[in-house]
Design a protein around this ligand. Structure first.
Ligand SMILES: *Cc1c(COP(=O)(O)O)cnc(C)c1O
Length: 394
């Protein structure tokens, strides 16, 4: 017996649920890529991406996923042998650093902890030690989608500034842009990147990069530049150069609609919605944790992301839980990845999410915990309901 039918619900951190409006925006013929309409579409998107990143710098759209956007950021500012400092807080900054190493950079990982956000004092201390300024770039993620850690990018930017170190500060916002505040210029970030398929509610396949003047100055001498990723190429006047070839017309239609929807909601309201729904998930997990099996991966409450929650299962099988939710109830949870493989599940709450989606997901997890006899505190979904009832005013 199952209670699944119809649309499978993705509670995974990417690709996320796409609004019907975004899907429908693609249901039309392609544009002439040399037309005025095409040029205007590109210009509007680049301007809006810079606004989302909150920068006066330049934005670029790559036909790529997040890994591609990583490669864009690295190849455009680094030369072979340049030293890169990776601030660990889970898996994703490490992955970005591995790309840098494969491309010929010398990569140092500032050791972190899978259960904690980046520690500011460690960052400042390491940078002060680098008296000769060998480190050319510092890589950090705002939200680590594997551990569920939220890093305070503003505070890290201040720590870098306090150290007086000139390295470029580069930030991955794939799991946070459009969901949580990000202020590239105000926070001292030189290069930021993101992707289409998480908070931005758009199909996978677009990678976004923004660079400030300092980064674009460094770019001029970067030795790792290649034609496809090269920012200078993309600043050429002919429109096709913006994409280093044919524009991904339909993905751009989708992105246009998704950003319009964010504007219609209001970015601040979208951030608030993520805060409320993220807290609803945390309220439920806190109650389930009373059974001594379920627990938060991120130890400190203020270091937990509003876009994804990583839940440990202390000795119980997350595969069985995952399978039950998917096969019996039609909800796909994220699995534990990296160091948490086989030990955790993840609930994504990013992008096009609302109360029924989140309460439904929590309810299904609770059904599975009951069906599988996994010890847990009773009333997790109820706690989420109470939280929303208290905080969403009539
Ligand atoms: C998903 C993700 C990536 C990788 O994006 P892909 O599109 O899968 O290449 C990078 N960083 C973070 C923080 C992510 O969540």
């Amino acid at each position: 017996m199952t209670v699944r039918a119809g649309r499978e619900f993705l509670a995974i951190p990417g690709p996320t649920t796409m609004p019907d409006e975004v899907l429908q925006a693609m249901h039309r013929p392609a544009l002439d890529i040399y037309s005025k309409e095409m040029v205007e579409l590109t210009e509007s998107l680049l301007a809006d991406l810079s606004k989302l990143f909150a920068t006066k710098g330049q934005s670029y759209i790559h036909i790529a996923n997040g890994h591609g956007a990583w490669e864009s950021t690295l190849s455009n500012v680094l030369s072979r042998g340049d030293k890169v400092l990776v601030l660990e807080s889970g898996r994703f900054a490490i992955g970005w650093g591995q790309a840098a190493a494969a491309m010929g950079a010398e990569v140092e990982v500032l050791k972190g902890d899978w259960r904690r956000a980046i520690r500011l004092t460690d960052v400042e201390e390491r940078l002060r030690q680098d008296k000769e300024h060998k480190i050319k770039a510092i890589l950090a993620v705002q939200v680590d989608t594997a551990s569920g850690a939220y890093n305070d990018i503003e505070a890290i930017g201040k720590a870098i500034k306090a150290s007086g170190h000139p390295a470029l500060f580069m930030v991955d916002t794939v799991a946070s842009l459009g969901c949580m505040p990000f202020e590239m210029d105000a926070w001292g970030v030189d290069v930021a990147m993101s992707g289409s398929q998480k908070g931005l509610m758009t199909p996978p396949g677009l990678g976004f990069v923004a660079a400030n003047d300092r980064a674009r100055e460094v770019h001029k001498k970067a030795g790792l530049r290649t034609p496809y990723w090269d920012w200078s190429e993309r600043e050429g006047s002919e429109h096709y150069r913006k994409y280093a070839g044919t524009a991904p017309v339909h993905l751009l239609f989708a992105l246009r609609r998704a950003i319009d929807m964010l504007h219609e909601e209001g970015l601040e309201n979208a951030f608030q919605r993520h805060r409320l729904l993220g807290e609803a998930v945390r309220r439920a997990v806190s109650v389930w944790a009373e059974g001594q099996v379920i627990g938060f991966n991120i130890a400190e409450p203020q270091e937990r992301s509003n876009t994804v929650t990583t839940v440990l299962m202390n000795g119980h099988d997350p595969v069985a839980l995952h399978r039950y939710c998917k096969e019996k109830c039609g909800v796909v949870l994220g699995v534990g990845i990296g160091e948490l493989h086989g030990q955790a599940f993840r609930i994504a709450h990013m992008g096009h999410v609302n109360a029924p989606m989140i309460l439904g997901t929590l309810g299904v997890v609770e059904v599975a915990l009951n069906a599988l006899d996994i010890p847990h505190g009773k009333g997790g979904t109820e706690a989420a309901i109470e939280w929303l009832g208290e905080s969403v005013s009539a």
